[in-house]
Ligand binder design. Sequence first.
Ligand SMILES: [Zn+2]
Length: 217
Amino acid sequence: MSRPLRIVMLGPPGSGKGTRAHIISELYGIPVITTGDMLREAVAKGTEYGKIAGGYMSRGELVPDEIVNGVVGERLSMSDLENGFILDGFPRSAPQAEFLDSFLEEHGLKLDHVIYVTLDDEAIVKRLSNRRSCPSCGEVYHLVSMPPKKEGVCDKCGSELVLRDDDRPSVIRNRLEVYREKTQPLLKKYRDKGLMREVPGDYPLDQLQEQLKRILG
Ligand SMILES: [Zn+2]
């Protein structure tokens, strides 16, 4: 068994972080954990922080940093992460990054890489607004690069595909603003620590495996 690998994925929404996280996960056999999944699991299991987070979520409110941090702490303490993890969508703000630092330090762990996926705003808007999602099974399509076999219909379950509100151009621009304000300041921190590995978000898909292997060694 090789040594554990602990990775944080950073980059604007739509840059391709998730795609890369899943490739790394398959290459090295370590789980991808996303903030959304962690929150849903914690709520479903009724953990201490899950109960509090669930209250915010059921009211449609943003879950505050300290509650998200609590959920992440519960998740990172589980035993399936001995070989490492890939965090996708966390940390997203300075308080979250500080929490991650102190959690890892307390447990005698360290981050190995922060993979920063870059893509310019116009390319992001174009990419996300061409995305179509299945409201039933969650499958995601792309009108240009990964269209469904039958227009507007999910290949897997036959439901009608939708453009999620999150993927509408005006909403995407808002999400990019929030990213610039809250998440972008973390780049300097990780650059100063020498952890930052910057990769272009428009790198050819069929060469991603090789590229990521090169970076991660
Ligand atoms: Zn479906």
